[in-house]
Design a protein around this ligand. Structure first.
Ligand code: NAP
Length: 300
């Protein structure tokens, strides 16, 4: 599997993109790096350039950072002070087959990609990426619980809310450390799976009753579930870690008022394991680019 002949622009990002650059150069892709001028390391086969200089007319793919752009189209980069924006004008100059990759999207990128009619892939929507990423997320959660409690995880009573890709890994990991884990879900097949995993299932309808005896509450549900009323039933020493995407699923205002420590913990993979998080992206991306290349070769 090689990417020889493919021209890919990597625009901005953080340490995770270095793994992408490493992998794609290994696979012999031709890389144009934008927003990496302060990076001391140079990669053979990769050229550092700027957004004003790059000729986009032969680009096969554009790789944006995990967060894509901000709502004005600006791209964040930790390796440069260059102001970089992704615009309609620029994308319209790319070949029709040029694919744009980002981790997650926003309204700016959604509108832009519709307007320019190029293929657009959000890597973090993929099941495989979400499952791989749940591993460093669970490790980051362990780190936070250790930092913010004065008791061991072993023997503590932990409630995990949601049995999605993150919830399942977090529940399993805490159980493996010896915590007494209960998991709240709303689907009967999830309750069955929780039981099968040797954990204690409960229906989210019963959340208020179930939090009366817990030490740690880990939420993965991206909607308000840890309400004021739920928090009011928790023991005063309970630690709430909210993993759900911003703004989380916790009434943080009420938690603070009641003196319960509640922490929103976004982006843990990039914090605790940027190298692994980068490799997860790099592996999936190289596979997708390879499929793109093969499809086009098949058509020629
Ligand atoms: P997921 O697989 O979609 O799981 C979400 C879970 O929430 C599912 O079990 C779902 O249950 C449940 N849920 C959703 N809406 C609900 C509602 N209204 N009431 C009750 N349950 C509801 O997502 P995931 O990949 O596990 O990710 C979970 C969250 O963590 C997302 O917000 C994601 O962005 C975030 N995340 C954070 C980090 C971090 O570092 N903090 C890392 C990765 C992901 P049903 O199946 O019944 O709908």
């Amino acid at each position: 599997m090689m990417l020889t002949g493919m021209h890919v622009a990597i625009i901005g990002g953080d340490a995770r993109q270095l793994e992408v650059i490493r992998k794609l150069t290994e696979l012999d892709a031709k890389l144009s790096l934008i927003g990496f001028d302060q990076l001391a390391h140079s990669f053979t086969g990769a050229t550092k350039t700027s957004i004003n200089e790059i000729d986009v007319s032969d680009l096969d793919a554009i790789i944006l950072p995990v967060h894509g752009t901000n709502l004005e189209g600006k791209v964040n980069t930790v390796f440069s002070n260059e102001k970089i924006a992704i615009t309609e004008e620029m994308l319209l100059k790319t070949p029709k087959h040029c694919t744009v990759y980002s981790g997650i999207s926003n309204s700016y990128l959604d509108d832009l990609m519709k307007a320019v009619n190029r293929k657009y892939v959000q890597l973090f929507e993929r099941d495989d990426v979400a499952i791989y990423n749940s591993i460093p997320t669970a490790e980051g959660t362990i780190m936070m619980v250790i930092q913010h409690t004065d008791f061991t995880i072993h023997g503590s009573r932990v409630a995990v809310l949601g049995l999605g890709r993150v919830g399942m890994t977090v529940a399993r990991t805490f159980a493996a450390l010896g915590a007494k884990v209960k998991v709240g879900a709303r689907r009967t097949e999830h309750l069955a799976r929780i039981l099968e995993m040797g954990l204690e299932p409960f229906h989210l309808q019963d959340l208020e009753k179930e939090v009366r005896d817990i030490d740690v509450c880990i939420n993965t549900i991206p909607t308000l579930v840890v309400t004021a009323s739920v928090i009011s039933k928790m023991p005063a020493h309970t630690l709430i870690i909210d993993l759900a995407s911003k703004p989380g699923g916790t009434d943080f205002r009420y938690a603070e008022k009641r003196g319960i420590k509640a922490l929103l913990a976004p982006g843990l993979p990039g914090v605790v394991a940027p190298k692994t998080a980068g490799q997860i992206i790099a592996n999936v991306l190289s596979q997708l680019l390879f499929e793109d290349l093969n499809k086009r070769k098949g058509k020629v």
